[in-house]
Design a protein around this ligand. Structure first.
Ligand SMILES: [Zn+2]
Length: 225
């Protein structure tokens, strides 16, 4: 799987002469077939990038690649999962304009620019992150910073939780990690609460099956934290 294939799948891949190729956060501009082309995309929020960088920092397999200046397609899938599409999902996700003023569809010039985007993304995938608001250096340093703030280990948090345990209402504060942190993202969401079981159900089971496995069961009731 290559980036150009991803781009072609979502935006197509035309060909043609493209000059003055320029990528800035939020906008790609170029001259294609003598026409001025602009591809504007939404730049993900700081919060969304924070989630992405925290997630990448928390997984050694991704962190190492990003810090080494690589951006394989699976990293893009992690980004998409967290709300940052490095390759826009389609022309509908873009404001695409061309000076040829062909409004009834995507003109050949736009398609040619999409073709170049694929080629450029294969050559330097950080073309895509730059367009989405984070160039290579910014992304790298943010991933590095997130990794330094909070590694995969959660032992410090456990200590902190024990100290403040008395203050936590039963079952109330279920997310022990900050929502923006790597650990917060990678920890599985809490399952839904236990079903309502009438009080004394455990005792009734024990009475119905004395001496059976039921004796080994803990009493039914609300989850204890
Ligand atoms: Zn055009």
């Amino acid at each position: 799987m290559s980036w150009s294939r991803e781009v072609a799948r979502r935006l197509g891949a035309g060909s043609g002469t493209v000059e003055r190729w320029s990528v800035a956060p939020g906008e790609i501009t170029a001259r294609a077939g003598g026409h001025e082309v602009s591809l504007i995309r939404a730049v993900p929020t700081e919060e969304a990038w924070g989630r992405v960088c925290a997630a990448l920092a928390s997984q050694e397999v991704f962190r190492a690649r990003v810090l080494a200046g690589e951006l394989p397609v699976p990293v893009g899938e992690v980004c998409a999962l967290l709300g940052v599409d490095l390759v826009p999902r389609g022309w509908d996700a873009l404001v695409a304009t061309c000076s040829c003023d062909r409004w009834d569809g995507v003109c050949a010039h736009l398609r040619a620019v999409a073709g170049v985007l694929g080629t450029e993304a294969d050559r330097d995938p950080f073309t895509l992150t730059r367009w989405a608001g984070r160039d290579r250096l910014a992304l790298r340093s943010q991933v590095m910073a997130e990794g330094a703030i909070k590694g995969p280990s959660t032992s410090e948090e456990t200590v902190g939780d024990n100290v403040s345990e008395a203050k936590i209402e039963d079952g109330d504060d279920r997310f022990e990690h900050a929502p923006n942190s790597a650990a917060g993202f990678w920890s599985a969401p809490m399952p839904p609460g236990p079903p309502e079981i009438p009080s004394g159900a455990g005792d009734r089971v024990r009475t119905a099956a004395p001496g059976a496995v039921a004796d080994e069961l803990p009493p039914f009731g609300p989850l204890r934290t």
